[in-house]
Design a protein around this ligand. Structure first.
Ligand code: NAD
Ligand code: UDP
Length: 310
């Protein structure tokens, strides 16, 4: 297969490129580098199966030759990034998804959307099954990301139903690992970098809000299985082990052997109180479940950041 991966210079897109190449496929990576970096795919330069095109996918997408799959991962993903880039985030989720679907339709390719647990907003159902419609503030600061992804899901299902495009939708829950940008503002990268520098760990609010953290290799495996499956409805992929942000901070301090202390900061507007995937569908339909638990995943991620930070 020859697949287009948008967002290939990002954290997840680069790991996904590695996986498709390892499985013997060809990858065309596309990215405008707005939050990604060429460092993330530098190891693929010279690989005859890999090609990189610098392009903003909110504009018409042109790819010459056969394309069997279009995996749309381009979008700012960290709350800090999408609050700084609200219009670009709305555009890549709407126009970018429309363009990527158009390419898939023209090429007869399978389309795969990277959606998010943020479509559930600040959830009133816990844990979150795919059947839950969510609780999103459309006009709050996070609305630019949440509503762009909800629109992206809607247009993906419309193209599937109306044009017969072969589509898949994954709802990704908080994922971490090597190649996260040290300054991207997400909690795992922030805490590890702060701990390695012996600076205070910035816990927002009282730290009792929860997240369920998935290691990147597990996520990529779930995505690869979903891509090859015939399930067109949205599918949660994430690790259901739930932690408070305070517990995460304490684990990072312990695992890094840091002298850092914990410092309280204001909770961002509309920050979800809880988040945990119900992965019954992924377990039964994809035969998937996460294999790397938090401590092991954090250790691998800390090793990566040690090389960058020291
Ligand atoms: P990332 O910021 O590391 O990667 C996103 C990539 O998309 C970057 O390389 C960026 O330059 C590129 N990009 C953004 N807008 C673009 C545009 N208009 N044209 C071309 N390229 C563009 O983020 P990530 O964590 O790798 O997230 C990848 C995808 O997965 C996103 O769609 C995100 O919404 C989704 N997701 C990620 C998580 C997570 O925990 N990492 C959770 C839920 C959903
Ligand atoms: N958070 C925190 N300190 C930080 C960064 C984030 O306490 O330095 C909190 C944030 O308020 C949220 C959780 O950690 O409750 C996860 O934040 P992240 O930005 O990683 O992603 P989100 O799940 O909110 O999209």
């Amino acid at each position: 297969m020859r697949v287009l991966i948008t967002g290939a210079a990002g954290f997840l897109g680069s790991h996904l490129s590695d996986r498709f190449l390892a499985e013997g496929h060809e990858v065309v990576g596309m990215d405008n580098l707005i939050t990604g970096s060429p460092d993330n795919f530098a190891h693929l330069i010279g690989n005859p199966g890999f090609q990189f095109i610098r392009h903003d996918v909110s504009n018409f997408i042109y790819v010459a030759g056969q394309v069997d799959g279009v995996l749309h991962f381009a979008s700012p993903a960290s709350p800090v990034d999408y609050l700084e880039l609200p219009i670009q985030t709305l555009k890549v989720g709407s126009l970018g998804t429309h363009n990527a679907l158009g390419l898939a339709k023209a090429k007869g390719a399978r389309f795969f959307l990277a959606s998010t647990s943020e479509v559930y907003g600040d959830p009133q159902v816990h844990p979150q099954p795919e059947s839950y419609w969510g609780h999103v503030n459309p006009v709050g600061p996070r609305g630019v990301y949440d509503e762009a992804k909800r629109f992206a899901e809607a247009i993906t299902m419309a193209c599937h139903r109306y044009h017969g495009v072969d589509t898949r939708i994954v709802r990704i829950f908080n994922t971490y690992g090597p190649r996260m940008r040290p300054g991207d503002g997400r909690v795992v990268s922030n805490f590890i970098v702060q701990a390695l520098r012996h600076e205070p760990l910035t816990v927002y609010g009282d730290g009792s809000q929860t997240r369920s953290f998935c290691y990147v290799s597990d996520l990529v495996d779930g995505i690869y299985r979903l891509f090859l499956s015939d399930r067109t409805e949205p599918t949660n992929v994430g690790n259901p082990n739930e932690f408070t942000v305070q517990q995460l901070a304490e684990a990072v301090i312990r695992l890094t052997g840091s002298r850092s202390r914990i410092e309280r900061h204001p909770l961002p507007t509309d920050d979800p109180r809880v988040r945990k995937p119900d992965i019954t569908v992924a377990r039964s339909v994809l035969g998937w479940e996460p294999a790397v638990q938090l401590e092991a995943g954090l250790q691998r991620t800390i090793e990566y950041f040690r090389r960058l930070v020291s």
